[in-house]
Design a protein around this ligand. Structure first.
Ligand code: SF4
Ligand code: SF4
Length: 183
């Protein structure tokens, strides 16, 4: 016996409704599974995920230790480190120490040859800008001479000046060059 046409049509409609309801439930099962768990997402940039200790991010320089030897710049395979300083005896007057992050590939090869272990890659990674020129970063903490270097330089200059004055002064007890000779 053949079922009436209107009965078949209504059972198909109920099947469709049931299927829609069931698939929504299956989808929501995954949602519900995570709904009561601690969220994995963070509200960047206000919040940040922990960064591993060995992450290779934007460089930082311990400027007071740097001796302006160019070893880091020579080791860089893409030639993106530049520096400029003026030597005053043993002290340095800094002009710039830049890394061009348009080229840097964060390989860390610049850090290994540093004799003072003073250039490092840190955990900062945000290099977001509308202007590529902003990607040339100066790592200097100060320009010119540090306060300590200035003090050392002035002390060395004063010592040098007093040493020279002592050398020029006539020796104690020595007769002046123009003193008359006694017969
Ligand atoms: S990380 Fe690599 S590419 Fe970047 S400055 Fe250092 S040596 Fe050059
Ligand atoms: S290798 Fe180290 S000490 Fe030499 S210039 Fe680079 S950062 Fe300074």
């Amino acid at each position: 016996m053949v079922a009436p046409t209107h009965t078949l049509k209504s059972s198909g409609w109920f099947n469709e409704v049931w299927l829609g309801f069931w698939t929504a439930l299956v989808g929501m099962r995954i949602t519900l599974k995570y709904f009561f768990k601690k969220p994995e997402t963070v509200q960047y940039p206000e919040e940040r995920m922990p960064i591993p200790d060995r992450y290779r991010g934007i460089h930082y320089l311990e400027q007071e230790k740097c001796i302006y030897c160019f070893m880091c710049a020579r080791a860089c395979p893409v030639d993106c480190i530049s520096m400029e300083a003026v030597r005053h005896g043993k002290e340095l007057e800094w002009v710039s120490f830049t890394v061009d992050y348009n080229r840097c590939m964060f390989c860390e090869l610049c850090t290994y040859p540093c004799p003072k272990d003073c250039i490092h890659e840190g955990k900062e990674f945000a290099l977001v800008t509308y202007d590529r020129r902003d990607l040339v970063l100066d790592l200097l903490s100060w320009k010119g001479m540090s306060a300590e270097a200035k003090q050392r330089f002035e002390a060395a200059e004063a010592a040098k000046a007093s040493g020279a004055a002592a050398k020029d002064a006539p020796k104690a007890g020595a007769a002046p060059a123009d003193a008359p000779e006694h017969s």
